[in-house]
Design a binder for this molecule. Structure first.
Ligand SMILES: [Zn+2]
Length: 349
């Protein structure tokens, strides 16, 4: 009691950006207690080739060499089965699918998954992971919107799993009871990441509060209860992927009627204390090691022996107020939980 040790904490979904923002936020992976970062490829331009991924990895290692960066490619029509083999041989871990229309201005959509079947076939053969942003694009004609976009995606998860039963698939940042149930129904090759912020927020928290706005949006209290419950169960196919996504202050905090705020919540610098704090709040602190390290490592075949393990120690404290922002002036980012208290602090890392 009062102290928790987490072996080599691993964040299986993080956005580290590029340029000056990358320099600001990349060191926050370690600051937040994590030694492994599974890095998302949605840069400008997106990471679509092995060469780009390796160059980006080198850039991140130059900023902070103490973190292990697992790299991913962005699924696009340019990606070929040959490139998949090349990527696998270069140590690239996965391919991320962003449904067009959710993150880019495209009228294409999930329906086109079949065009990627040769790529998925190659991924299954060489054992690379498919990471799914599990939402379909909003469409007024079919009543699809931010609150049902994830449940509407789940039939695609099932059909992909059926077509490629040996392909390891991760449904990213699940926010609904339906998604938790769907992943549970699938076999051992399908897993699911859960963010820290979705364990805290519901719709009421982001309606009118841009700093709590992200995609997928936080859903209803019953959905949040399902996310908490599956962690409490200690289900090994559900693990942490923070989806920590920094945006500069001015793009989160807008006050004009013509400009919406950016979607994304920034948790990296406080991640492990935050996860401990939240798990404790629903009586699941004993699942912290599995959720924030061993379950994800096991799914991704990144288990460590005792010698390789880096122990991070958290201590229970009465009150630790989260900083209001990192960086200066226009070049600053505001973390989730800013100005609020956490009951845990990293004392050795
Ligand atoms: Zn993300």
């Amino acid at each position: 009691m009062g102290e928790v040790i987490v072996p080599s904490p691993a964040d299986f979904h993080v956005h580290l950006r590029q340029g000056t923002l990358a320099k600001l936020v990349t060191p926050h992976v370690r600051k937040g207690g994590f030694t492994l970062a599974y890095v998302m490829p949605n840069l400008k331009p997106p990471i679509t080739t092995t060469a780009q991924a390796l160059a980006y990895k080198a850039e991140l290692e130059a900023i902070d060499p103490t973190v292990e960066y697992l790299m991913t490619l962005y699924l696009s029509p340019d990606l070929t089965p040959e490139e998949i083999v090349k990527a696998k041989n270069a140590g690239i871990a996965g391919v991320k699918s962003y449904p067009r229309g959710v993150t880019t201005n495209s009228d294409g959509g999930i329906e086109s998954y079949e065009m990627y079947y040769p790529v998925f076939e190659a991924m299954q053969r060489v054992d690379m992971v498919l990471n799914l942003h599990g939402e379909v694009p909003s469409d007024a004609a079919t009543n699809i919107h931010v609150l049902n976009a994830e449940p509407q995606f789940l039939p695609h998860l099932h059909s992909l799993h059926k077509a490629f039963p040996r392909l390891r698939i991760v449904l990213e940042h699940a926010t609904t009871r339906a998604a938790i149930d769907a992943v549970k129904e699938c076999g051992p090759n399908v897993a699911c990441t859960i963010t820290a912020h979705h364990l805290a927020l519901t719709v009421d928290d982001w309606a009118g509060q841009s700093f709590n706005f992200c995609k997928p949006v936080a859903k209803f209290p019953d959905d949040r209860a399902a996310l908490r419950q599956v962690i409490k169960e200690g289900h090994p196919r559900f693990f942490l992927g923070s989806d920590s996504a920094p945006h500069l202050l001015h793009s989160k905090s807008t006050s004009t009627p013509t400009q919406g705020c950016a979607a994304g919540i920034y948790t990296s610098p406080i991640l492990l204390p935050l996860v401990a704090h939240l798990l404790e709040s629903f009586d699941a602190l004993d699942k912290l090691q599995g959720f924030a390290s061993t379950f994800g490592r096991s799914f991704y075949h990144r288990d460590l022996n005792a010698e390789q393990t880096h122990k991070v120690v958290l201590q229970k404290i009465s009150a630790h107020v989260v900083e209001g922002k990192y960086g200066a002036g226009e070049e600053s980012v505001v973390p989730f939980w800013a100005g609020k208290e956490l009951g845990w602090k990293i004392v050795a890392s």
